[in-house]
Design a protein around this ligand. Structure first.
Ligand code: Q9C
Ligand code: ZN
Length: 351
């Protein structure tokens, strides 16, 4: 049976144009061409059945995200343009409501304009909003939920070509190129539909701070992540090994921060640790947050993985015997993104 690949063209209109790096505008690393390249490679390979996403509605999103975040992302562009914003440039917040910006542990008012509110829902300057951003983020959620549906309907694995990615987005937080947390929305859906447990395996280079935050106090969704040590890499403030969950979630968050120049073998040793932890818990489905920014040639990351290891990672993850909802996160070395995706999926398919 061919592997279902769920993809939508709605992402093409989400082109942020610039992000700010050390205060300077640079072309967005998270570009439409990324998903175009992955789609090209999968169409050129045999064994993939492309399908458009089904529309899933807002409820699956607000099961994870604050309705205010959804409202903001839906309307901020139109509001800003109506108020005179140049419709050709992206929106990036001006004012960030950091913890230190509060008196008596709370903010004491709500700005009237959605643009002015944006900075209390955003944690970086790399996540621009343009006219097509909201529709693309909604389509990425639909892509993820449709991939999950194929797996629930008994496909051993399905791949959701999500763009924008999701794992940095929290309950009421966007950032890190992410607006809605596609993987968290899928995991929430799985447990809402009756699964007693879900597991998320995050193999993006960066820590999935949003996913961690969403399930921090939850015992029904296990989160395991292999990522760059936040002492040296984005998102800097979260992802340490002593972050293990609280309340019902005690012990249900596993962070494995890693040094620079990480090798294929060292990565596989970390993968084995995460899979052992997943297999020690009940459940039949793993949601994979799949990033290729672990690749040695990635322009913004510092691991040293090679293309063959992606096949081996896919093989080991599938060897758990769990069914896999595989969702695209990061990966910025465009020329090899397609090859790496094909390698991973073929490994998981056992071919
Ligand atoms: N000098 C994902 O991979 N900027 N997001 C990092 C680079 C933001 C990564 C700074 C990186 C976000 C989904
Ligand atoms: Zn990443």
């Amino acid at each position: 049976m061919p592997t279902p690949v769920i993809a939508s063209d709605a992402h093409l209109a989400h082109d942020g144009l610039i992000e700010l790096v050390h205060g300077s505008p640079v072309a967005c690393y998270e570009s439409p061409a990324r998903a175009v390249e992955i789609e090209r490679a999968l169409r050129a390979a045999d064994g993939y059945a492309f399908e458009p996403p089904d529309e899933h509605g807002t409820a699956a999103i607000t099961a994870v995200h604050d309705t205010d975040l959804v409202d903001l992302l839906e309307h901020v562009w139109t509001d800003a343009v109506a108020a005179g914003h140049d419709g050709r440039r992206p929106l990036i917040p001006d004012t960030f409501a950091t913890e230190a910006f509060t008196t008596r542990h709370e903010l004491s008012g709500t700005p009237l304009s959605r643009f002015d509110r944006l900075g209390s829902y955003c944690f970086d300057t790399a996540t621009p909003i343009v006219e097509g951003t909201y529709a693309a983020a909604r389509a990425a959620v639909d892509v993820a939920l449709t991939a999950a549906r194929r797996v629930l309907d008994s496909a051993p694995l399905a791949y959701g070509l999500c763009r924008p990615p999701g794992h940095h987005a929290g309950t009421r937080l966007f950032g890190g190129y992410c607006y809605f947390n596609n993987a968290a929305i899928v995991a929430q859906r799985l447990v809402s539909l009756g699964a007693s447990r879900a597991a998320i395996l995050d193999v993006d280079f960066h820590h999935g701070n949003g996913t961690q935050q969403i399930f921090w106090r939850r015992g029904d969704v296990f989160y395991a992540s292999i990522h760059a040590d936040p002492a040296r890499q984005y998102p800097f403030f979260l992802g340490h090994s002593n972050e293990t969950g609280e309340g019902d979630g005690v012990g249900e968050n596993l962070n494995l921060p890693q040094p620079a120049d990480l090798s294929d073998d060292a990565y596989l040793a970390a993968i084995d640790r995460t899979l052992e932890a997943i297999l020690s818990r009940p459940g039949s489905i793993i949601v994979v947050s799949l990033g290729f920014d672990t690749y040695g040639l990635d322009p913004i990351c510092d691991f040293a993985l090679t293309t063959p290891v992606y096949a081996e990672i896919g093989r080991r993850v599938a060897a758990t015997g769990r069914r896999l909802v595989i969702l695209q996160e990061g990966g910025y070395y465009r020329p090899h993104l397609g090859n790496n995706a094909v390698a991973w999926l073929r490994g998981a398919e056992g071919r």
